[in-house]
Ligand binder design. Structure first.
Ligand code: TXA
Ligand code: MG
Length: 321
């Protein structure tokens, strides 16, 4: 059966959210909007429901999920401790696109954390997401609502394309404001370490809590965020990434000459925010058009450019520096 689609434009949709929260409580799967990307949610305490997330997405079971909360008091139930630095970051950036990894309490099922003794937690800022968690009265575990390996979904249509028929309900709240996933920072060992760059930048984090480390890229065999080892965000088209210091037009010209019969599309936005918002959208759009090659102009790897380049590098097979 295809998923029930619930369209909600504003937070006035409280009544409609009730339908979705009942599905969560009764062990079903609900795809819902967040400010970053759409998530595929289940009751965190219901192992059977969480298992269904992995099946629907085709997600490897060694890749843990983020627990979404609507109230800071829920941390106590989930995590063993809440270090001062983590607290300071949540004060500044929650609700919002920041995920913190803490030592987990036993109540969190192993399937959620892929057997790790830590748990990832985030309070999203999207009003519908918050209301859904509030009404369900349980934290909601949710990965991005795409098939594993595909670009994260930034509209309900993307979720429908990937998961209709595999989930119970999809809440349609239009386009996600940010468009790339949250920053993941680990507080489960001594020094805080950024496991996944995201919308909240390293500079913004260091302004609050001082120096933090950054996890090594995909070259490392055992990354601390298990999800980072998988090929992600990939469109079907071959992505050629061009360093921002190169002459972009000249490179496009060369590639076009080398590939006379290929359908080629270009990605070049005016600022990192726009890249974040539209990158995954464009990947999916170009795939639908049967594009063979996507030529993407890279960004300087600082501030938000770091997160965007992380996604672009993972999606690309060639990087012209
Ligand atoms: O913006 C987001 O974070 C979105 C929205 C829906 O909240 N969610 C999202 O979830 O991107 P997902 O499952 O696609 O990515 C979660 C990342 C993965 O790289 C995973 O390995 C890492 O977080 N992660 C989750 N729990 C972890 C843990 N206990 N320790 C280390 N990494 C963890
Ligand atoms: Mg994902």
């Amino acid at each position: 059966m295809n998923a029930k689609i619930i369209k909600i434009e504003t937070k006035k949709g409280k009544q409609k959210i009730k339908v979705a929260s009942k599905i969560i409580v009764s062990g079903g799967l609900v795809a819902f909007p967040t400010e970053t990307v759409y998530g595929l949610g289940a009751n965190v305490f219901d192992s059977k429901a969480v298992k269904k997330i992995f099946v629907a997405k085709g997600r490897p079971q060694d890749n843990p999920l983020i627990v979404h909360i609507s109230n800071i008091s829920q941390i106590k139930k989930i995590a063993k401790d809440f270090p001062e630095k983590a607290k300071a970051l949540t004060k500044k950036f929650w609700p919002g696109p920041l995920t913190i990894v803490l030592k987990k309490k036993i109540i969190i099922p192993d399937i959620v954390t892929a057997g790790l003794d830590s748990v990832a937690v985030r309070m999203p800022s999207n009003k519908i997401a918050l209301e859904l968690i509030r009404q369900a009265k349980v934290p909601i575990v949710a990965p991005s609502a795409n098939l594993s390996g595909k670009p994260s979904p930034t509209t309900a249509k993307h979720v429908i394309d990937d998961l209709s028929g595999k989930v119970d309900c999809i809440i349609d709240n239009g386009n996600c404001k940010i468009g790339i996933e949250s920053t993941v920072i680990d507080f489960s060992s001594k020094t805080p370490i950024i496991l996944r760059p995201g919308y909240i930048t390293k500079d913004e984090i260091e302004e609050i809590i001082g120096k933090v480390k950054e996890a090594k890229s995909r070259k490392s065999k055992t990354p601390k965020a298990p999800g980072m080892k998988y090929k992600h965000y990939s469109p079907k088209a071959k992505v050629i990434l061009i360093d921002y210091r190169q002459d972009f037009e000249k490179e496009i010209h060369k590639i076009k000459i080398q590939n006379p019969n290929k359908k080629i599309k270009i990605i070049n936005f005016k600022n990192p925010e726009e890249y974040a918002k539209k990158l995954f959208f464009k990947f999916r759009e170009f795939d639908k058009k049967g594009t063979d090659i996507i030529i993407a102009k890279g960004l300087k790897e600082d501030k938000l450019g770091t997160a965007v380049m992380n996604r672009l590098k993972k999606a690309s097979t060639v990087f012209i520096k």
